[in-house]
Design a protein around this ligand. Structure first.
Ligand code: ADP
Length: 394
């Protein structure tokens, strides 16, 4: 066995890759990470940095060499083979959808690939790209074991009620269920709490993943019992470019106005959320630095509806012992954490200014009814761990 695990996160416009060294005790240490971005655009770029942050690659790619995900995966493979002695022991992939049944990562074979491809209608913008990267590696390097890790798997511990919409049974049987996403991030948080904050890990915890994608998860004893995201990654809290909660009547109205399916999908995935409200963009830093009314509106809306979603998850657990902020905004934006906490003051949430400014780990005041924490997420490490465990168990 060689001594590295490669992790791939393939999206429609970028492929992110991370390489981990396997230590003698089975521990994993990040060696490098990078991405091909701008896939399908006129200016795709390759960037990579080592674990200390030193630049290993930063260059344009000829557009024809990164026209789609398979092309871009080849660029990653070629670049990596120039920087690795031998092949990785295995490749772990972030795959958005594991459907109603897959509650753990799987080793990929022809049958699982088919099973996962059949789930593409449930995540048409993500699943095909995730699987395209797996297929390219299977073709080029058939000997390397590959593992699929699902954003939905961590939520398969939901009870039957949490998976429901108030829709007729036949739609549930057809797969219209509340799957939940960001599960790899929540799995990492649950793991991290057990190690670093055991006093809250066994309790009733809401973890709020506030990045470009935004959701929150109710966890009891480290197991997901509910999520603000449901059938697709559109539901729930407002996001960088997605609206979150939305009256289904709005989609009916758009159709009545003659908007085509693809136009509606583009609007909902790319032009709403912070970007749509502010008219400026989806970058939290930019909005916080701006004094336009649009930026203010976006920030106020975000704080209100995120707080509302967090409070709502208390119903899934009949209470809340702790609130954990994570991902780009959750980890780095004290003013937004404060604005969300202000909307939760009625629940007895109080932040400590200094702790919040220092990014925690504990940011709540001593008299807060609910402990509030900041924990850095690491989805890639969870994928690498699962991948190593599965290939070792083989
Ligand atoms: P993704 O979901 O793409 O992984 P991230 O978790 O990286 O996204 O989160 C991206 C978001 O985090 C962006 O809105 C970005 O503006 C925000 N962010 C990152 N750093 C900061 C910071 N220092 N202050 C405020 N917001 C930040």
């Amino acid at each position: 066995m060689t001594d590295t695990i490669l992790v791939i996160n393939a999206g429609s416009s970028s492929i992110k890759f991370y390489l981990y060294d396997i230590g003698t005790g089975g521990d994993l240490a990040a060696r490098m990470g990078g991405q091909v971005e701008g896939i399908g655009t006129l200016r795709p770029r390759l960037r990579a940095r080592d674990a200390q942050g030193n630049i290993m690659a930063e260059r344009d790619i000829a557009p024809g060499h990164a026209a789609d995900v398979p092309n871009a995966q080849d660029v990653v493979g070629t670049w990596l083979s120039g920087h690795l002695n031998g092949m990785p022991a295995a490749v772990g992939h972030r795959v958005v959808h594991g459907g109603p049944d897959l509650d753990a990562p799987v080793l990929v074979d022809d049958q699982t690939l088919e099973q996962l491809a059949a789930l593409s209608p449930l995540a048409p913008l993500h699943q095909p790209n995730n699987l395209a990267a797996i297929r390219v590696i299977r073709e080029r390097r058939p000997a390397i074991p590959q593992v699929a890790c699902f954003d939905t798997a961590f939520h398969r511990s939901h009870g039957p009620l949490a998976d429901r919409y108030a829709l007729p049974e036949r739609l549930y049987q057809q797969g219209v269920r509340r799957y939940g996403f960001h599960g790899l991030s929540y799995e990492y948080i649950a793991q991290r709490l057990r190690r670093a904050l055991p006093e809250i890990a066994g309790g009733k915890v809401v973890a709020a993943h506030l990045g470009n994608g935004v959701s929150a998860c109710a966890m009891v004893d480290g197991k997901s019992v509910d999520s603000t995201m449901g059938f697709s990654a559109l539901e729930g809290l407002p996001m960088g470019t997605r609206p979150g909660r939305l009256d289904a009547g709005i989609v009916l109205w758009m159709m009545q106005q003659g908007m085509a399916h693809d136009d509606i999908a583009h609007l909902l995935y790319h032009d709403c959320g912070l970007k749509g409200l502010s008219g400026l963009g989806n970058d939290m830093r930019e909005l916080q630095a701006s004094d336009t009314p649009g930026a203010r509106l976006a920030l106020d809306y975000f704080a209100w509806r995120v707080a509302e979603g967090i409070a709502g998850l208390g119903c899934a657990m009949n209470g809340m012992d702790a609130l954990v902020f994570t991902a780009g905004i959750g980890e780095n934006a004290p003013a937004m954490r404060q604005a969300i906490a202000d909307r939760l003051a009625w629940l007895g949430v109080r932040l400590d200014n200094e702790r919040n400014a220092r990014h925690g780990p504990r940011i709540s005041a001593d008299d807060s009814q609910i402990g509030v924490y900041v924990v850095r997420t690491n989805e890639e490490l969870v994928i690498a761990q699962h991948t190593l465990n599965l290939v070792r168990a083989r």
